[in-house]
Design a protein around this ligand. Sequence first.
Ligand SMILES: *Cc1c(COP(=O)(O)O)cnc(C)c1O
Length: 456
Amino acid sequence: MYKTIIEPFKIKSVEPIYMTTEAEREERIKAAHYNPFLLHSRDVIIDMLTDSGTSAMSAQQWAGIMVGDESYAGASSWERLEYEIQDLTGFPYVLPTHQGRAAERILYGYLGGEGKLFISNTHFDTTRANIEFSGANAIDIPTPLAKDHDSEYHFKGNMDLAALEQTIASTKDQIAAVILTVTNNSGGGQPVSMSNAKEVAAICKKHNLLFIIDCCRIAENAYFIKHFEKGYENHTYREIAQQMFALADGCVMSAKKDALVNMGGFLALKDNALAEACTNLLIITEGFATYGGLSGRDMEAIAIGLREIFDKDYLHYRITSTRYLGEKIRNNGIPVLYPIGGHAVYVDAGLLYSHIPAHEYPGQALVCELYKKGGIRAVEIGSVMFGKYDDNHQLVPASMELVRLAIPRRVYTQSHIDYVVEVFDEIAKNAKNVKGIKIIKEPKFLRHFTAYFDLL
Ligand SMILES: *Cc1c(COP(=O)(O)O)cnc(C)c1O
């Protein structure tokens, strides 16, 4: 009945935001070589660089931090976390790691190697990096429906099932695992439907292939299933997640997302032999099997976060407030990927700044404008991040010039978001006057983190 999305929490502990003027911000972004990764966080007003590890913990989680059991082996905090993950996922073997990519390195490093192949709706960048580092190949097969950025279709995170069958037919003996990333982070934070997950599971079963879920945002994904897929209206979000886990052979998770903590991750598996092999690697590189890369207090906070994330009021607030931001700026003429996903809004900077060619990096121009105009920090996901050079040192652009506004969990209120909307009004008005950007110094790999830029 009421339109205001109220945050379903009260604020007990606060952190200051330091206000800056536009003139100050012009100086600071210049000093940071026009790369927001090089800004000091205290110079940022609204930080939308990532939703990873930036969540606010609850009073319950902070209380859990105090009761964390720091015993080397068999800690009660480990028992609590293990039980919580087994109960949620249904997988009997749980391996704690310090963050998601450590779980990925252990599992995909073990399964991968030269000549092996992994298939996903879209591999997240650390997933792809760990697979390729092992010598294996990673193939992305998102649904072709994801290409239409304006259609109302709700499950643009789905895997292309026809492509899956085709890939299996031509390369079956090489396939190490099929990975479904829910929600599909690199594909715009778009959800995966239960029916798609079921079909992927059936195809994997038919061909005897390992099916792994990258479950970083499975609670956010469950929200979309309950509200937009027929047959799930009467299931709880947690039951929906459990039904999805029941389809798979295992999962990897970065707890920095939907476990509402600042650090942590895990791997959970159905098969005893695979779990044993992975546990050996865990002990070599992360830590003993009952803590991995985590302290007891971290495990306590993750166990609590994994319960809190499925709270219906929280998830409603989370998904509707992300949508609120996306719809508002879209209505004000900012082109965005549509429908709005779970954890972020993706702005199409290539369309907004259609006068700036890819080799002048419209996405980087937009992240600089967002900082200058409003102290907002966002990340370019376009030709700075994914562009490559050909043999003549000409840029081969990324397929899209996007800017991601990721929303930290439980951190900002509606007035912060309304402020972002207002800044975008300025951005829209000023769009035609914005100029491109050039790279003046860059490393060979992952250049977006450390490159220096200058204005054209
Ligand atoms: C963040 C993320 C990872 C990697 O996790 P880290 O905790 O950052 O190492 C893997 N997959 C997806 C989908 C992610 O969003």
